[in-house]
Each structure stands twice: as structure tokens, then as C-alpha cells.
Design a binder for this molecule. Structure first.
Ligand code: FAD
Ligand code: NAI
Length: 475
């Protein structure tokens, strides 16, 4: 007799574990099955985000930023550092500890919420009378069943044909987070979020970093003005960003990798790297689900096909997070997880795709919500723009971090905020005010009239809102 649950969640990343907790809060009996194993073969809940994504990358970004600051930024404060050294093994150990704290945190949350956890690979066996039977292949094999199934199986790094990941010389995000010694020459293919974040980590640690990007524009999804400013700042920091390249053969040597490519002028180039990160996007992961057994439909790009409510083609089977359409972000996966649990309970779960914030955790950070100037132009929307540079913000000067700006885009007639774009210090935190404002359909004038603490970076947000009406006070 298999164990029976109201809800079985497949995948213990941000989409899955949050769906499981919310479903349990709503009174359902819930199981969560996750296949991720730590280096001892034990479970490691949290998925890509916790194990090889959001959390470890931010840990390394922090360590490398401290190292860079200690190297030169501290001197300006009158702090002298002698004999500065980077202990990469300790930096990685700290990262691993943070990952483990997060893994353990989810185990605690499952116990607290009475979610039953199974460690192993879940696959569909069959569906009988509205009950889905799932095989869990772990240390032992067992069968469980659920009235509702939530699939949250995430994504994998997209490989570049002819350059398979070996996680030694040719690295996906997994290998990029475990480089044991600072490479002298680091190549990065793809100037997207991972390329810029991981490129920044290793550049700050002393690597010579060359980024090779196929598109002719830098960060095409970002507001053009913000992307241009970011590009300028990254180049000044020493990142070599090469746009419009066409990657040719990639040849692995014993200790290095040669990348043959054509540059934006059509000239043949050759670059030799000690390590090569390939970060050209991610693909949905439906491996091992045996989806065919129950007739689960995928779309033409391999994502699980869902409607706006995350319903698949099968009754009571739902899918959330990276394995379905939409941005591949942890907080998007979490919001969908909560919404699906609430829909299962007959409530009106809701995810507003127009107010999902994006953050790139470089230095300075880049963050945005809503539409870019180029999107508004393409959509034929009349808008007003207001910008405010951090250079004119007292707190940014005190921090010694005055690069970048806040930019507001508001409807020309109604003044409703349509997009907020930031490149600058703590953009990841500042963007939340804009998200809240947009959720409440605030106008730029609303933000302009709210009292913001002085001195704070958030005053730049208020000033950019004032600038929409051409009345910023400090610039
Ligand atoms: P995942 O986190 O991928 O979890 C899926 C889980 O399902 C995994 O544990 C997997 O083992 C398990 N699984 C798969 N198939 C099965 C099966 N058949 N049976 C059992 N278990 C299975 N996003 C942000 O918002 N902010 C960031 O700062 C950020 N940084 C990132 C940095 C990097 C380097 C990377 C790679 C990604 C980053 N992301 C970030 C993206 C974020 O990690 C993903 O959007 C998020 O993890 C998606 O969550 P998910 O639950 O859909 O899938
Ligand atoms: P990405 O989609 O952000 O960037 C991939 C880049 O590679 C693009 O600029 C693309 O034009 C380029 N590219 C594609 N094929 C190429 C080729 N053959 N040669 C050269 N360039 C090529 O993907 P990335 O960086 O791999 O990250 C995957 C996803 O993970 C992100 O889109 C994001 O959803 C998530 N993520 C989020 C983070 C965050 O929120 N801070 C951090 C890291 C990842």
C-alpha cells in the first residue's frame, strides 16, 4: 500500500519547497520529493538556487567584494591593509557553510510544517481514478501517491555544442562556483546574468576576465541607458566585454582551453583561457519524470506547458518555476508555488508578472521592474522619464559608491509608474520600493511626495520620481 498524500510536490527548490510549505499551511497532507544530493550523498534541499545558484553566488560575490575593497577602496578611508592575501579555500568553505545552513533551514521548515520529505528521483507511474502514483528512486525505492501533483523540477545549464561541461576546464554554474584557485585567464561565453556575476567574482579575485557575447548589444533586456552605464562601469573595472562575437571551435588542451571566434568586425580571433565558463542560458528540466507515462504535455521549447494558473494539460497536475514559461528567477518560482497551493485550496492565488523585479548582483548592482524605455517606445506608450545620479546623493558619497543612477518611467498622461531602473549601490534593496509602488499602481508623484530618510540611498529614488516632473531638488 503506497503512502497517500493530498499534494505531492516534485522538486525541493524555491518553487517546490515553498509550494509544499504553503500547501501544508492550508491543511493538506503534503510530500515533497527532491533528488539533489550533497557530496556525502545525503539530501540537500533548496534546488539550484540554494546549492549552485542564488545563495553560493552571492556568498562569493560578497567575499570577492571585500577582497577588492581591502585592496584599494579601504585606503581612501584611511584604513591601511598590509600583506593582503586571498585564501580561496576559506572563501569556498564559507560559501559551503552558508549553503548548508540554507539546506538545513528547509529541513527545519518541513518538520515545522509537517511536510513529509523523500530523497530521490520522482517519476510518474500512472494515474488511476484521479490519483497519481509516483515512484521515488532513492536509497530505497518506494511508491507514493497524490491527488494533486506540483512539478517544480527546475532547469539545467544550457551546453554549447562541441564544448561539453567537464567542470574542470569548461564550467557551468556548478564549476564556476567551485574554482579552487584564481585562474589567470578566465573566459566567459555569454554576457548574461551568470556571466557577469561570476565574471565579477573572479575578476575581483585577480583573474583577467574576457566575456564573449553573441548579441551586438549589451544586456538587451535591460533599459538601454542603464545597460550603457553598466557596460561603461564594468569595462572601467577591467572586464573585457566583447559583443557581437560568433563562437567557433573550442579546443581543450591539458590545462587550458582555446576558443576560436569571429569578432564583431568579422575578424577571426583566438583566445586561450585557464578556465572557461559557459553561461548561455538554462533549459527546463523534465529528465527522469517519465512524463510520457501520463501524457504530460511540453511546449515547443521543452518547458512543461501550463496556462496562466500553472495548470498542465492533466487534471490536478500543476507546474511552477524554471520548468515553465516566464523568467527563471527564484522569487518567481516561489510566487507561483504559493499561488498554486492556494488554487488547490480553492483560493485565488495570484502572480503579477508585470511587477517581478530583476536584479543582477554585480557591483554596482543592476535592478529593475516594469517596462524599459525601449519597450514603451515599441508599445507606442507616451511616457515621461526622470533620472537621478547617485553622485548627487549624500549617503552614496559617504559610502564611497557614487556610480550609477535611478531612473523612473511614468505614463505621460496619468503619471502612473511604468518602470523603474537602477544601476548603483544596493539596487537590489532599493527596487522593492518601486515594486510596492507599482503593485499599488502609484504615480511618480506619490513617491515624490513621500518622506524618505536622510541620508539614505532611497532619496535617489524620491529624487528620480521628482525628476519625472522636472523638479528634482538636489541635482
Ligand atoms: P530548482 O531550484 O532548479 O529546483 C529543482 C529541484 O528539483 C532540484 O533540487 C532538482 O534536483 C529537483 N528535481 C528535478 N527533477 C526531479 C525529479 N524527477 N524528482 C525529484 N527531484 C527532482 N534567481 C534569483 O531570483 N536570484 C538570484 O540571485 C539567482 N542567482 C542564480 C545564480 C546562478 C548561478 C544560477 C544558476 C541561477 C540563479 N538564479 C537566481 C535562478 C534560480 O536559481 C532559479 O530560478 C530557481 O532555482 C528556480 O527554482 P525551481 O524551484 O523552479 O527549480
Ligand atoms: P542569460 O539568459 O542571462 O544570458 C545568456 C547570454 O548568453 C545572453 O546574453 C545570450 O545572448 C548569450 N548567448 C547565448 N548563446 C550564445 C553563444 N552561442 N555565444 C555567445 N553568447 C551567447 O543566461 P545565464 O547567464 O546563463 O543565466 C540563466 C538564467 O539564470 C538567467 O536568465 C536568470 O534567469 C537566472 N539567473 C538569475 C540571477 C539573478 O537573478 N541575479 C543570477 C544568475 C542566473
Amino acid at each position: 500500500m503506497s503512502k497517500q498524500f493530498d499534494v505531492v510536490v516534485i522538486g525541493g527548490g524555491p518553487g517546490g519547497y515553498i509550494a509544499a510549505i504553503r500547501a501544508a499551511q492550508l491543511g493538506f497532507s503534503v510530500a515533497c520529493v527532491d533528488a539533489w544530493s550533497n557530496d556525502k550523498g545525503g539530501p540537500a534541499l533548496g534546488g539550484t538556487c540554494t546549492n549552485v545558484g542564488c545563495i553560493p553566488s552571492k556568498a562569493l560575490l560578497q567575499s570577492s567584494e571585500h577582497f577588492e575593497h581591502a585592496g584599494h577602496a579601504f585606503a581612501d578611508h584611511g584604513i591601511k591593509v598590509k600583506g593582503l592575501e586571498l585564501d580561496v579555500a576559506q572563501m569556498l568553505a564559507r560559501k559551503n557553510t552558508i549553503v548548508k545552513q540554507n539546506n538545513d533551514g528547509i529541513v527545519y521548515l518541513f518538520k515545522k510544517n509537517k511536510v513529509t520529505f523523500f530523497h530521490g528521483l520522482a517519476s510518474f507511474v500512472q494515474a488511476v481514478d484521479g490519483l497519481y502514483s509516483i515512484k521515488v528512486a532513492g536509497k530505497a525505492e518506494e511508491n507514493i501517491s497524490g491527488k494533486h501533483i506540483v512539478i517544480a523540477t527546475g532547469s539545467n545549464a544550457r551546453p554549447l555544442p562541441g564544448a561539453e561541461f567537464d567542470e574542470d576546464l569548461i564550467l557551468s554554474n556548478d564549476g564556476a562556483l567551485t574554482i579552487a584557485a584564481v585562474p589567470k585567464r578566465l573566459g566567459v561565453i555569454g554576457a548574461g546574468v551568470i556571466g557577469l556575476e561570476m565574471g565579477s567574482v573572479w575578476r575581483r579575485c585577480g583573474a583577467e576576465v574576457t566575456v564573449l557575447e553573441a548579441l551586438p548589444t549589451f544586456l538587451g533586456a535591460v533599459d538601454e541607458q542603464i545597460a550603457k552605464e553598466a557596460n561603461k562601469l564594468f569595462v572601467k573595472q577591467g572586464l573585457s566585454i566583447n559583443l557581437g562575437v560568433k563562437i567557433g571551435d573550442i579546443v581543450k588542451g591539458k590545462k587550458d582551453v582555446t576558443v576560436n571566434y569571429t569578432d564583431d568586425k568579422g575578424a577571426a580571433q583566438k583566445a586561450v583561457f585557464d578556465k572557461l565558463i559557459i553561461s548561455i542560458g538554462r533549459t527546463p528540466n523534465t529528465n527522469g519524470l517519465n512524463a510520457e507515462a501520463v501524457g504530460l504535455q511540453l511546449d515547443e521549447r521543452g518547458f512543461i506547458a501550463v496556462d496562466a494558473d500553472c495548470k498542465t494539460n492533466l487534471t490536478n497536475v500543476w507546474a511552477v518555476g524554471d520548468v515553465v514559461r516566464g523568467p527563471m528567477l527564484a522569487h518567481k518560482a516561489e510566487e507561483e508555488g504559493v499561488a498554486v497551493a492556494e488554487r488547490i485550496a480553492g483560493q485565488h492565488g495570484h502572480v503579477n508578472f508585470n511587477t517581478i523585479p530583476w536584479v543582477i548582483y554585480t557591483s554596482p548592482e543592476i535592478a529593475w521592474v516594469g517596462r524599459t524605455e525601449q519597450q514603451l517606445k515599441a508599445d507606442g506608450v507616451a511616457y515621461k522619464a526622470g533620472t537621478f545620479p547617485f553622485m548627487a546623493n549624500g549617503r552614496a558619497r559617504a559610502l564611497g559608491d557614487t556610480s550609477g543612477m535611478v531612473k523612473f518611467l511614468a505614463d505621460a498622461t496619468t503619471d502612473e509608474i511604468l518602470g523603474v531602473h537602477i544601476v548603483g549601490p544596493m539596487a537590489s534593496e532599493l527596487i522593492s520600493e518601486a515594486v510596492v509602488a507599482m503593485e499599488f499602481r502609484a504615480s511618480a508623484e506619490d513617491i515624490a511626495r513621500i518622506c524618505h530618510a536622510h541620508p539614505s540611498l532611497s532619496e535617489a529614488t524620491k529624487e528620480a520620481a521628482l525628476a519625472v516632473d522636472k523638479r528634482s531638488l538636489n541635482f
